[in-house]
Write a protein that binds this ligand. Structure first.
Ligand code: FES
Length: 66
């Protein structure tokens, strides 16, 4: 699923950058090379970051659409 349609960034792309240490929507956007866009993905990115923070270490994060 696309987290950001404007820049074709997927949920998996976001998860990869969060796993690598990005801990805010701003950091994820920068890591993904996202330029300013419509901004409607910010809540989705924040939700993915929160899912990651809530997951137990080593626990897979659900890939189902929110
Ligand atoms: S959906 Fe991400 S900037 Fe538009």
């Amino acid at each position: 699923m696309y987290a950001c349609v404007c820049h074709a960034v997927t949920d998996e792309d976001v998860r990869d950058h969060v796993e690598a240490g990005a801990c805010s929507a701003k950091e994820v956007r920068a890591a993904c090379g996202m330029r300013p866009g419509c901004g409607s993905c910010v809540n989705r990115i924040r939700a993915l970051i929160e899912q990651h923070a809530a997951a137990e270490p080593g626990e897979a994060i659900a890939t189902a659409a929110a």
